[in-house]
Design a protein around this ligand. Structure first.
Ligand SMILES: Cc1cc2nc3c(=O)[nH]c(=O)nc-3n(C[C@H](O)[C@H](O)[C@H](O)COP(=O)(O)O)c2cc1C
Length: 200
């Protein structure tokens, strides 16, 4: 793989052919890239929603009007649309889940190493939440790592992408029921998304 070639030939796709669909195997690779994206203290302050059906994409596209209408056609025509959501709070349930998964993955050679990871993560979560007051911005920074990795992987796999910040975050939250639900999805907010298609 020639990374300089990928960097110099990748470009943002502004129009998508609805007839072109990302093969399942390629989509699986892209999901893996998202799931394995690195984050500070492995906090994983995100949730990714992928719309591949016409109905799902329409739910997203319908939120884009007025000055944002120029992005709606891309969402409707793209093979898949990835919505990047941020957790608005890294609560105990999330942090406990991370630690249990890291344990199951064999990341800790000793109980002390496990405790050290928990302490370190708790320190940083508290630092951003209580002292720096930038927990949302901290989460967004992690999410943009995942976004960047996905764009680069898509280019390497011959999949065109268009990152979009031209979205109505509040309308998307409402369309997907994020403010109302009592499930974990309530703590997500939209930050960006990609529209993808398989290059011929
Ligand atoms: C974070 C981010 C947000 C963007 N938002 C939009 C958008 O809402 N709509 C759009 O058509 N392009 C969007 N773009 C694409 C940029 O316009 C494009 O990346 C830039 O012009 C450079 O072109 P290139 O990616 O082909 O090198 C966005 C790009 C980035 C990185």
């Amino acid at each position: 793989m020639n990374v300089a070639h990928i960097a110099t030939t990748r470009r943002t796709c502004k129009a998508f052919d609805p007839a072109r669909k990302i093969p399942d195997s390629v989509l699986g690779d892209l999901k893996t890239v998202l799931r394995f994206a690195p984050s500070s203290v492995n906090s994983q302050p995100w949730h990714f929603v992928i719309a591949g059906s016409d109905a799902g994409k329409e739910t997203l596209a319908a939120t884009l009007d007025g000055a944002l209408a120029y992005n709606a056609g891309k969402v409707r025509a793209a093979s898949h649309v990835v919505v990047f959501c941020a957790r608005t709070a890294l609560d105990a349930a999330h942090l406990d889940g991370l630690l249990a998964q890291e344990d199951a993955d064999g990341r800790f050679a000793t109980p002390e190493a496990r405790a050290g990871q928990a302490n370190s993560r708790n320190f940083y979560v508290g630092l951003h939440r209580d002292q720096l007051n930038d927990a949302d911005a901290w989460a967004d920074r992690q999410i943009y790592i995942a976004l960047g990795n996905l764009m680069q992987a898509a280019a390497a796999l011959g999949v065109d992408a268009c990152p979009m910040e031209g979205i109505d975050v509040l309308a998307l939250d409402k369309a997907l029921g994020l403010p109302e639900t009592r499930l974990t999805v309530r703590s997500f907010t939209w930050v960006s998304r990609l529209a993808l298609e398989q290059r011929s």
